[in-house]
Design a protein around this ligand. Structure first.
Ligand code: SAH
Ligand code: SF4
Length: 352
């Protein structure tokens, strides 16, 4: 059985005659979140049967959902070959009402999706990295996470949703499937989530950042920097021995950035490793001349991790310093900390 979400719009069009049938199928899949071909009632029976024979529109099962007090929902998905991986739904903003009870602004969602089962990069602070690599997700499995989560939460098709590729895996290490997924997710006849609303987070595989930049898709870029010198970064992220900080910064400088946007630098703060004001000063120098914003993340401990979470006060000082020098800097709220929402942590908890 093939995964229907692996098919681009044009590929499906090539398969169905007349070709407007592809539009109808996509409407069912991406607007109505319909996973049963027999229910696609505006299609002739023979097309429904043909689709049913060849494809499945439900390739992921929800194995577990953990709901956090702050509204963050963490999904554990089960694949057809019996592997699990995670995605997270974050509610960034609640619905707001005016004094008369009318809706003033809609809620905003961000869906954090995985690109691989496990990860080859092996960062020392990361639960996924510590547990090795199983396999790439197909383009369809990347796309289906969005559909399944929108469906499970009754999120209307026209609702504003952002996608961040910050779940399990290194997206640029599964490049072709990633690009195909971005194109399917942004297609106007489907989910229609613009590339501007999709952020690729990478551990810094600089040659692939260049390739991504040359495609000029309009996606946002986030760099998991986490350290300001190669000695520290080598220790935290072995990949840095191959693509060091300078090579990453060079790739970022040539990356096409939307006029109104910035490249996000994620900085995972670990107590006594990279959280001093001297580190903040070096960070400022490193990002000089780049349209950057910094997102500080407080290390989320997990069983067997050898690092400590820094004090919030320390993080605030770090952020205040950068801010006082004109660098936009936020501290990522620890959304879902009560449900082990950092990458890989639910999967391995469930395994025990
Ligand atoms: N592989 C890509 C995308 C997935 S990781 C990347 O590394 O950018 C997404 C984010 O989760 C990374 O910024 C990573 O630093 C963060 N992360 C990993 N382990 C964490 C932990 N224990 N606590 C907090 N954040 C963590
Ligand atoms: Fe892989 Fe990202 Fe985890 Fe590093 S932080 S091991 S690149 S998922």
């Amino acid at each position: 059985m093939e995964n229907i979400f692996d098919y681009s719009f044009d590929e499906l069009k090539g398969l169905l005659t007349p070709s407007f049938r592809a539009k109808q199928v996509w409407n069912w899949l991406y607007i109505h979140y319909e996973d049963d071909f027999s229910m696609m009632i505006n299609l002739p029976k023979e097309i429904r049967n043909k689709l049913k024979e060849q494809f499945s529109a439900k390739n992921l099962d929800i194995a577990n959902v953990a709901l956090s007090k702050d509204g963050t929902k963490k999904y554990l998905f089960l694949t057809h070959d019996n592997h699990t991986f995670e995605s997270v739904l974050l509610k960034m903003k609640d619905k707001e009402f005016d004094e008369d009870g009318n809706i003033k602004s809609q809620e905003r969602f961000t869906i954090c999706i995985s690109s691989q089962i496990g990860c080859k990069i092996g960062c020392k602070f990361c639960c996924t990295g510590k547990n090795g690599f199983t396999r790439n997700l197909s383009a369809g499995e990347i796309v289906e996470q969005v559909v399944a989560i929108k469906k499970d939460n009754n999120i209307a098709p026209e609702k504003c949703v952002n996608i961040v590729y910050m779940g399990m895996g290194e997206p640029l290490d599964n490049f072709d499937n990633l690009i195909k997924a971005i194109k399917i997710i942004s297609h106007i006849d489907g989910l229609s989530i613009s590339p501007r609303r999709q952020t690729i987070s990478t551990s810094g595989i600089s040659p692939m950042i260049n390739v991504l930049g040359n495609l000029d898709l309009g996606v946002q870029l986030a760099i998991s920097l986490h350290a300001v010198n190669d000695i520290t970064r080598n220790k935290l992220m072995p990949i840095n021995k191959i693509y060091n900080i300078n090579s990453i910064i060079d790739s970022v400088r040539s990356f096409p950035i939307d006029a109104r946007k910035r490249v996000m630098f994620e900085y995972l703060m670990i107590k006594d490793i990279n959280d001093s004001i001297d580190n903040a000063k070096d960070l400022l120098k490193l990002l000089d001349g780049i349209k950057a914003k910094v997102n500080l993340i407080l290390f989320n401990p997990f069983e067997g991790s050898n690092f400590e979470r820094p004090d919030l006060e320390n993080a605030k000082k770090f952020a205040d310093y950068l801010y006082s020098k004109g660098l936009i800097c936020t501290i990522r709220e620890s959304k879902g900390i009560d449900i082990d929402a950092a990458c890989g942590q639910l999967k391995y908890k469930n395994k025990k």
